[in-house]
Design a protein around this ligand. Structure first.
Ligand code: FES
Length: 175
C-alpha cells in the first residue's frame, strides 16, 4: 500500500510532472529554429557587434555590399579618376558640404565605405550609376558622387560613413 504526502510524491505525480516537463521542452524545441534563424541579426543589432571584411578581392573600380546591423554597407574600391573627380568639386557648392578627404581614411584614399541607404526615403542606391560615377537611387532619382555626397535629386544629405577602421591594408572592421 502506498501513502501520499507532500514529502513523498507517488509515481503518478511523478509522471504528471515528467509529462509537463516534456511539453515544456517540446515548446522550446519548436521555437528554436525560429530563434536560431533570427539570432545573427538580432544579436548583431543588440550587441552592435563589429564585422571584419577582407577587401583584398575587390578590384580597382569594383565594389561589394555587406550587411552590418542589418544595414547595407557599400565598400567601393575607387579608381584614380573617381578620386580626382571627388576632390575637384568645390565643397561650398555641395548641398551637404564635406571634403572627400573627410569621408575616407588617411592613406586609404581609394576606399569609400558608406551606408547604402538613400537619405531621402531609404531606398538602396545602385553603385556605379548616375552622372557622378557614384550611386544612383532608382526610387526618386537622387544621385551621389564617388564620395557618396548628394549631388542631385531630393535626398537632403550624403550617404553616411559608418564607423570603421583598417585592421590591415586588406582588412577593415566595421562597427
Ligand atoms: S529614396 Fe532615394 S531618391 Fe527617394
Amino acid at each position: 500500500m502506498t501513502t501520499t504526502t507532500a514529502d513523498h510524491p507517488t509515481r503518478r505525480d511523478f509522471l504528471l510532472v515528467a509529462t509537463g516537463a516534456a511539453a515544456a521542452v517540446g515548446g522550446v524545441a519548436s521555437l528554436w529554429p525560429f530563434v536560431s534563424q533570427m539570432n545573427p541579426d538580432a544579436a548583431t543589432i543588440a550587441a552592435g557587434a563589429p564585422i571584419e571584411v577582407d577587401i583584398a578581392p575587390i578590384a580597382d573600380g569594383q565594389d561589394i555590399k555587406v550587411f552590418w546591423r542589418g544595414k547595407p554597407i557599400y565598400i567601393m574600391h575607387r579608381t584614380k579618376k573617381q578620386i580626382e573627380e571627388a576632390r575637384a568639386v568645390e565643397v561650398d557648392t555641395l548641398r551637404d558640404p564635406a571634403t572627400d578627404e573627410s569621408r575616407v581614411k588617411d592613406g586609404h584614399d581609394q576606399w569609400l565605405v558608406v551606408i547604402g541607404i538613400c537619405t531621402h526615403l531609404g531606398c538602396i542606391p545602385i553603385a556605379h550609376q548616375g552622372e557622378y560615377d557614384g550611386f544612383f537611387c532608382p526610387c526618386h532619382g537622387s544621385q551621389y558622387d564617388s564620395s557618396g555626397r548628394i549631388r542631385q535629386g531630393p535626398a537632403p544629405a550624403n550617404l553616411p560613413v559608418p564607423p570603421y577602421q583598417f585592421v590591415s591594408d586588406t582588412k577593415i572592421q566595421i562597427g
